[in-house]
Ligand binder design. Structure first.
Ligand SMILES: *[C@@H]1O[C@H](CO)[C@@H](O)[C@H](O)[C@H]1NC(C)=O
Ligand SMILES: CC(=O)N[C@H]1CO[C@H](CO)[C@@H](O)[C@@H]1O
Ligand SMILES: [Zn+2]
Length: 991
């Protein structure tokens, strides 16, 4: 049920975890917790005639065991109910709310859960049973106990596939029975109903005894107090509403907040006695009496879904095998039910916490989806309601299930955080909230609040690959690539923010500040559109960016129409104008073609009856059209086989995008000192910016390029008579060659202009002012790490196997694959291009050395799963470099003799040498360090006491230590020797 889980963390909400949240100002006034002075005293209840009695304690003992748990009273309410004043009227039927919460003075203190009661009179008035959805989540985190219980903010606690409860008045009318029907086994086959019920049971969880009011107060409906259906909430809370396993939470409960709304209620409870207390928020929502007609999920159109097995025999559909018509596996997409919504409109309420200046962008971001609904003749199906709008509801409260809200920050009181509330019977989305207050949004918006700050700090956001390496989460050559990709994707909030900051810093050079505000606003708009897309039921599609061409990206009119991606449900980087070119849409201004299609699939024909004969044809047309779009799921990215399934790539030609990015980074390096450090700011901002390019952007791009080597393009296709496309094929060989060329560019940051200019080196310090330490940025070290990472990744066996798999994908006559032999030869020639018998730079030698080291570390003993042809290729290139080295050594000595000890002076003559000088007498010798002055070649200076002083067999030799051309030759020879040495152990016959 990965799909169901996924929504919980959907979008960028992921990084919400572990972010300390400031107390929000988002709640409406009435939602404030009550202050001590306003609490009505308990006697108030009694004076109003409320005296609750339990009816059920002696009734079969259903619940007495449940009630016997130890409870500890807490200090009296500061916050039992948000509106303390109106609470005591539990026996007055003055509220039309379906579930009414109240407080009773049974025993103990105000916070005792015994005192919370639930009045079901209204909801059970016209029906024998009601179905409710119950959701629970941690309201505060993060916390892990020794049993590994992980409590992170907004982590859902319930088993998300079974959150439906049924409440019924028992036959004798003395209790309310709570059922939890099995939702993953259902049947639409009348002949299987009996067997299913017998097999899985009716799901009875508990009978909760009814309480009643002693006085016969009557409310508007005239129901007498005796007739009201009121139950004690303590059982439900202690048992986690039957959806949460409370044994892991603690047995003491303290109500923090409880509030009812027209069709739902929200309760926040602390579970103890552990420290810190675990704070859990529950939401109970009345489900519609008639479930929405479900719409079948399709793997070409990416929706969140609910799945179950439909037991029994069913009529076979055209698109089914016979076996699938029995005990069918059903997957229903999640979507709003337009038919049930007022004016058939999905309303998103922009919470008052959203700063005024951003609201217009929020509105645009929300209503962008109408581009899709227009195509199914509902041009205004999605509406943003802003505070102050004519139809802004007076009773707006984001905990109220009637309002899907977009908030700026997470309010302490809010229970509903980033979670779609979905009817498990039908996939109907009842409510969905977007929280825009998580870490990445804050990270730049905090800055914005401070009136057009310098954007320098954005550049210094932690670069993810290097952080992952520092934290030991990524070890080059050891951590699987798909794990790295997964980790990067998890940190995508950081990446988005970083690319945001990057854009801002870069654009700042060219934009006046009012345009800058518009730029940042349009960035928020894109994120809102993405998140609202999740709320409409849509999943990510990381191939979305492939749907917009390079030309379109540079054409303002084109992107205005098509967006910067075919799916705003992809993560796309900013689309910056190239130097000297006109402004672009930096962020996608609208939804893409794929998004429109998905909405058509989910939301078309909602007005018509379920047995609409035209519907299947319409849906089938959309499915066929979807095959023309490129799609992939989050899991395809984690699988790590299809490189076109990637977040943060851009355009139909992602490699061209990266090639341009490399040019851009070179341009950036030239200006980075100016861009990253404002007057009077600390130079360490410069170091951090340089670090984020060399340890963040470049390795990430390199990793993505490695992902292309051996890449296979997998496509969600279905079988049709006229199907001419392939479900799998290698990425075009030429594309893979370009990827390798990008890797080779990144391996030489120096010659590619990707390093800071030497004139800026004096300012290259890195550090954190808050930590009170700075250090000098070590460029050589950063370059070496970059090389090691990329070469380890490119040469690891998994990668070679992937290239091999890809190579063998096609039939023998189809040539467009990238063979292992070509991959290895291109890499070897690319890295070794400077050769071995010419003097090269230290930098080139270092690259060669890292490469040969990694190449020779791949020992045959590790390789039982490596196919012979891959192994022989590896061996071939090792021998090849070994031969290169041998040949070079044959030639090098003839030119390198100058670097050897050379005679400097005969005995007793003067000798000039900077470096080592040694005196040889017979077969003895001794050396000393000289420094260029004329010295006499005599034993005294060498601490020898030789008497046969004028032996013709005595002389002085010099080994120069200056970096002369001659020494470079010696260095080259030593370098080649060491390469040969590294390879000797792995080249057969060269031990
Ligand atoms: C992947 O394959 C599909 C279907 O054959 C094709 O339409 C698409 O262009 C291919 N993508 C790439 C990046 O080659
Ligand atoms: C370019 C710019 O706006 N620089 C400002 C950065 O912030 C410092 C202090 O916060 C200001 O002094 C600069 O003018
Ligand atoms: Zn998302």
């Amino acid at each position: 049920m990965a799909a169901v889980r996924a929504v919980v963390y959907f979008g960028l909400l992921l990084s919400l975890k572990r972010v300390p949240l400031p107390v929000s100002a988002s709640s409406t006034g009435e939602d404030k917790e009550c202050r001590t002075g306003e609490i009505p005293e308990f006697p108030t209840f009694l004076q109003m005639g409320l005296n609750l009695q339990s009816l059920g304690e002696d009734d079969g003992g259903h619940s007495s065991a449940m009630l016997s748990k130890v409870r500890t009273g807490k200090a009296p309410c500061p916050s039992l109910f948000p509106d303390c004043v109106s609470l005591p009227q539990i026996c007055e039927n003055s509220s039309p709310n379906m579930f009414r919460l109240g407080r009773a003075n049974a025993a103990g203190s105000a916070n005792n859960p015994d005192n919370l009661v639930l009045d079901l009179t209204n909801v059970l008035a016209n029906r024998a049973k009601v179905q409710v959805l119950v959701m629970a989540l941690f309201k505060e985190g993060a916390y892990t106990d020794d049993q590994g219980l992980l409590a992170e903010r907004a982590t859902p606690l319930e088993d998300t596939s079974s959150t439906l409860l049924e409440l019924r008045l028992s036959a004798d009318g003395r209790s309310v029975d709570v059922y939890k029907p099995a939702m993953d086994l259902r049947t639409s086959d009348p002949q299987s109903v009996y067997a299913l019920r017998a097999g899985v049971g009716n799901g009875l969880q508990a009978s909760v005894p009814r309480l009643h009011c002693t006085s016969g107060t009557s409310g508007t409906s005239g129901t007498s107090g005796q007739e009201r259906v009121i139950v004690d909430m303590s059982t439900l809370l202690e048992l986690g509403f039957f959806v949460v396993d409370t044994s892991t939470l603690g047995f003491e409960t303290t109500i923090i907040k409880a509030k009812d709304y027209p069709t739902n209620l929200d309760i926040t409870v602390d579970y103890g006695p552990r420290v810190p207390l675990l704070r859990v928020g529950y939401t109970m929502v009345l489900l519609p009496e008639v479930p929405m007609a479900a719409r079948e999920n399709d793997d070409r159109l990416l929706y969140f879904d609910t799945q179950y097995r439909d037991k029994g025999s069913h009529r076979k559909q055209v698109r089914q095998k016979l076996s699938e018509a029995v005990d069918s596996h059903v997957s229903m997409i999640w979507r709003y039910n337009l038919r049930r919504l007022p004016d058939h409109t999905i309303r998103f309420y922009v919470d008052p916490s959203v700063p005024l200046r951003w609201r217009p962008y929020f509105k645009k971001g929300i209503e962008a989806w109408n581009e899709a609904f227009t195509l199914i003749e509902r041009p205004a199906a999605v509406r943003a309601i802003l505070p102050g709008d004519e139809d802004w509801p007076d009773d707006y409260d984001m905990s109220d299930v009637r309002f899907s809200a977009i908030t700026w920050d997470v309010s302490e009181e809010t229970l509903s955080m980033g979670i779609a509330k979905v009817d498990p019977r039908s996939g109907e989305i009842l409510k969905c909230d977007v929280i825009m207050g998580d870490s990445w949004v804050k990270s730049y918006l905090d800055e914005l609040e401070m009136e057009w700050v310098n954007f320098t700090n954005f550049l210094s956001k932690t670069p993810s690959v290097s952080v992952l390496m520092q934290q030991g989460l990524v070890e080059p050559g050891k951590t699987p690539l798909r794990r790295i990709l997964e980790l990067l994707q998890q940190g995508s909030a950081d990446r988005k923010s970083r690319s945001f900051g990057f854009a801002a810093a870069y654009m700042q050079k060219r934009l006046p500040s009012n345009e800058l505000q518009a730029l940042l606003g349009s960035g928020l708009q894109e994120i809102v559109t993405h998140e609202v897309g999740h709320c409409l039921g849509l999943r990510h599609n990381f191939k979305g960016s492939l749907g917009v061409s390079q030309d379109c990206l540079r054409d303002f009119h084109c992107t205005a129409l098509h967006g910067t991606t075919a799916s705003v449900m992809d993560y796309v980087p900013v689309n910056l104008p190239r130097p000297g070119e006109a402004l672009t849409h930096v962020w996608s201004p609208t939804i893409g073609e794929y998004d429109k299609l998905v909405i058509r699939y989910g939301y078309t024909h909602m007005q018509s009856p379920a047995n609409d004969p035209g519907l299947e044809k319409v849906l089938e047309d959309v499915r066929r059209l979807a095959e023309g779009m490129q799609t992939c799921y989050d899991d395809d990215l984690y699988l790590g086989e299809d490189p076109s399934c990637l977040d943060y790539d851009l355009s139909a030609d992602p490699l061209a995008y990266w090639e341009q990015q490399l040019d851009l980074y070179a341009d950036v390096q030239r200006n980075l000192l100016e861009m990253s450090v404002a007057p009077r700011e600390s130079y360490n901002l410069y170091g951090r910016a340089v670090h984020s390019i060399l340890a963040g952007f470049l390795p990430e791009m390199g990793i993505n390029a490695v992902y292309y080597l051996g890449g296979i393009n997998n496509t969600y296709l279905h079988k049709y008579p006229d199907q001419s496309r392939r479900a799998r094929q290698p990425m075009p060989a030429d594309t893979q060659r370009r990827a390798l060329a990008i890797i080779l560019r990144i391996l030489r940051p120096n010659s590619q202009g990707l390093l800071p200019p030497a004139s800026n080196w004096p300012y290259l310090v890195n550090g954190n002012q808050l930590d009170g330490a700075i250090e000098s940025v070590d460029l050589t070290d950063l370059v070496r790490r970059l090389r090691r990472l990329l070469l380890e990744e490119a040469l690891r066996f998994e990668r070679l196997l992937q290239v091999h798999k890809q190579e063998n994908l096609l039939g023998p006559t189809e040539a467009d694959a990238f063979p292992v032999s070509e991959f290895l030869s291109t890499l070897v020639y690319g890295v070794m291009s400077a050769g071995l018998d010419k003097i090269t730079s230290d930098d080139e030698r270092d690259l060669q050395r890292i490469f040969v080291q990694i190449l020779s570390s791949k020992l045959p003993s590790d390789t039982e799963f490596i196919p012979a042809e891959v192994m022989t290729q590896l061996q071939y290139f090792r021998s090849f470099i070994h031969e290169m080295a041998e040949g070079a050594l044959d030639r090098l000595p003839t030119t390198a003799n100058g670097a050897e000890w050379s005679q400097c002076a005969a005995f007793n003559q003067t000798c000039t040498c900077t470096g080592l000088v040694r005196l040889r007498i017979e077969n003895r010798s001794s050396s000393g360090l000289w420094s260029g002055t004329f010295k006499r070649c005599l034993p005294n200076d060498f601490m020898l006491n030789a008497s046969d002083t004028d032996s013709p067999l005595s002389w002085c030799e010099c080994l120069s230590l200056t970096k002369t051309d001659l020494d470079q030759r010696e260095a080259q020879r030593l370098h080649v020797e060491s390469l040969r040495h590294m390879l000797t152990s792995v080249v057969p016959g060269k031990v």
